[in-house]
Design a protein. Structure first.
Lengths: 330, 110
């Protein structure tokens, strides 16, 4: 008997043996064995629980927050998780998994108004992904209309029984309300990109209000069996290839769009600034410059600039061009 | 050497803690004595009685009966010494599970 080989227990829980540093290696070997030999992936107790939470009489919703450094596989983990939860919801409520999750349910790097639109148009029991939530629900724009609308929707999403999966590099990058409303926090602990899986840690999160008007977040490992076995690690596999490809394609489009919007905003801002400055200088010096040139024809530009502090050669040229044009008109 | 000679925890009125703590203290003292007997005793009669005494301090009725049954079965086949060693191992495994000496890791899939 191989004492170090993980054993799959009831409810899809894997017994890794002793809790030591090599437990994660044993788990990685087990996961790799499933992939390499096309073995069936056990039913997920988490996804089953999530589906029952939204699909049962409890009338609950679920907010999941996935965090990890860039490139560790947050988006793919979110996609895989969403697909698996959709499968469980389909088993529970009937229909196809695609009735509960498709690529249309993903908000990719979108701004908050688009997220708000997406959330407000989706039906019941949907699994949604807000990828890179820092873009749409940024903590630095906490009073923006988009964030406020977004929070309102998040607070009322219970009636729609949604499962919303946020991803972000750090939890702190996202608006506080969303962070506090997250039920499950998932962190990508170790990536095995070449192997086709990630090892994650997951905790449930509860916020308690303290008497001094402060909040305290309590996080606990998840457990789903009668013996209350605390689950230390979770394996997420690569999502469906077609889904991942489409996701990547849409993400590239979204990234380009964001970049374009940022550039446009920057240009508008710069254009606006230049216009204001020109107006200010024209109001202040136009008549004075006109008078100087009329009274002292042939005066050097340098001398005019010396008499008009703040005026630059560019604006002086513009002013002269306008003065000449007016004189010609007259 | 007998059980009563080194029965420290049971004789110490100052031993504190919860009933569980007291039992654990008592058990390990008894178990230490038992392994000494198992290691050194050549008289099978004494070892047999020591094993019976150890089984008797098992707090779980079902487990106690199971241990006793297994011990008597194995004693007939492998002899007192081997059966006693097996029983000591089984008893310790049970205690380890109860007191969670070995912390385990669990995982699952999304």
């Amino acid at each position: 008997m191989d004492l170090t080989k993980p054993k799959v227990l009831e409810n899809g829980i894997v017994d890794l043996g002793c809790s030591n540093r090599s437990a994660i290696i044993r788990l990685a070997n087990w996961a790799q064995d499933l992939i390499d030999n096309n073995k069936p992936i056990p039913r997920s107790p988490f996804c089953k629980w999530a589906a029952e939470r939204v699909g049962s009489k409890d009338k609950q919703d679920l907010t999941i927050f996935i965090s990890a450094r860039k490139g560790k596989g947050k988006s793919y983990t979110a996609l895989y998780l969403a697909s698996r939860i959709a499968e469980e919801i389909a088993l529970l409520l009937g229909g196809k998994p695609s009735d509960y999750f498709t690529i249309e349910n993903c908000a990719l790097l979108m701004d908050s108004s688009k997220i708000t639109h997406l959330l407000s148009t989706k039906g019941k029991y949907q699994v949604l992904i807000i990828d890179d939530a820092g873009v749409g629900a940024n903590n630095r724009e906490f009073l923006s209309r988009g964030n406020i609308n977004f929070n309102k929707i998040m607070m009322t999403c219970r009636t729609k029984r949604w499962i919303v999966i946020f991803t972000s590099v750090l939890k702190s990058h996202v608006d506080l309300n969303i962070r506090e409303m997250s039920d499950i926090l998932i962190n990508i602990y170790k990536s095995f990109h070449e192997g086709g899986f990630n090892i994650c840690k997951a905790k449930n999160s509860d916020v308690i209000e303290l008497p001094n008007n402060k909040n305290m977040t309590i996080s606990k490992r998840l457990s789903f069996d009668k013996d209350n076995k605390k689950i230390d690690f979770w394996v997420s596999f690569a999502p469906d290839r077609k889904l991942a490809e489409e996701y990547d394609r849409q993400r590239d489009i979204a990234a380009d769009k964001i970049l374009q919007e940022s550039n446009e905003q920057l240009n508008e801002k710069q254009a606006g600034k230049a216009e204001t400055k020109q107006q200010e200088l024209f109001t202040k010096y136009y008549e004075k410059v006109k008078h100087i040139y009329e009274s002292e024809p042939g005066i050097k530009g340098k001398e005019v600039l010396r008499r008009c502090p703040g005026l630059t050669p560019t604006y002086l040229d513009k002013m002269r061009a306008q003065i000449n044009a007016k004189q010609e008109e007259d | 050497m007998s059980f009563s000679d080194t029965n420290k925890s049971n004789s110490n009125p100052m031993s504190g803690g919860t009933p569980k703590d007291k039992y654990v203290d008592f058990f390990f003292n008894q178990f230490g004595c038992y392994t000494n007997i198992l290691r050194s005793e050549t008289d099978e009669g004494i070892l047999d009685r020591a094993t019976a005494a150890l089984i008797a301090i098992c707090p779980d009725v079902a487990l106690r009966e199971e241990l006793f049954k297994k011990y008597t079965e194995k004693k007939g086949i492998d002899g007192v010494t081997t059966a006693s060693a097996g029983l000591a191992g089984n008893f310790m495994s049970h205690i380890s599970d109860t007191l969670e000496f070995t912390e385990k890791s669990y995982a699952s899939v999304f």
